[in-house]
Ligand binder design. Structure first.
Ligand code: CA
Length: 235
């Protein structure tokens, strides 16, 4: 149990599911707020500054993908996305726009709680790591600068807005330049858990990193994993 009750924003338009999730999370000791549509979710995320958001992808008004884009543009927020069964496209797009994890409906409440705790632990660990890196100079390679204390990334003078998961993945890859890391290694280190669809999760986040930082930084090693390619030193 976290020392302080984490606040979780639950975004779900189905009253039955929203209530069931809210009750279970309250019983687990979390502070819970529920939003029933996309605009209310964006508003509540700004107002409450929750520690995590559980977000249904199918919502009236703004859908979950648009909510993710808007919320992540304001500040990094761990997002666990709920998708319809087997809707893999939604899931992949969701991870690409900044969700950290996803679950397909129907899911068990026990599994939901477990995933939430893993995500919160990762954020806590990242905060601790940032403190440990406080005195360290940013990691600079060519036109890329990774500041682990501030958790900021700049490429060619432009700051890239990465989600917490994208940042952790980048640091993991960049810490071992030109070294192939398997998807399983990345999952174990960055995500803390492994499931059947997990390797797709890695792929989606790599895609997002390439979109935000340039396609040249991360090389795909087919059938194995990914390797970080340091940008060339500028002249
Ligand atoms: Ca829905």
């Amino acid at each position: 149990m976290e020392s302080r009750a984490a606040t979780i924003l639950v975004v779900e338009d189905e009253p039955f599911i929203a209530t069931a999730i809210a009750q279970r999370l309250s019983a687990e000791g979390f502070r819970v707020e529920v939003a029933r549509d996309g605009l209310a979710a964006v508003d509540a995320a700004a107002r409450l500054e929750p520690d995590l958001m559980v977000l249904d992808i199918m919502l009236p008004g703004l859908d979950g993908l648009e909510v993710t884009r808007r919320v992540q543009a304001e500040r990094p927020l761990p997002i666990l996305m709920l998708t319809a069964r087997d809707d893999e496209t939604d899931m992949l797009v969701g991870l690409g726009v900044g969700a950290d994890d996803y679950m397909t409906k129907p899911f068990s409440m026990r599994e939901l709680v477990a995933r939430i705790k893993v995500l919160l632990r990762r954020v806590e660990r990242a905060t601790t790591a940032a403190t440990q890196h406080q005195a360290e100079a940013p990691l600079v390679m060519g036109d890329l600068s990774i500041d682990r204390a501030q958790r900021r990334v700049v490429r060619a003078g432009v700051e890239a807005h990465l989600t917490p998961t994208e940042f952790d993945l980048l640091v993991m890859l960049a810490s071992s330049p030109k070294t192939v890391l398997t998807r399983e290694q990345l999952l174990a280190e960055v995500w803390d858990w492994i499931d059947a669809s997990g390797t797709r999760t890695v792929d989606s986040h790599v895609k997002a990193l390439r979109r935000k930082l340039g396609a040249d930084l991360i090389r795909t090693v087919h059938g194995v994993g990914y390797a970080f390619e340091p940008p060339l030193e500028s002249q």
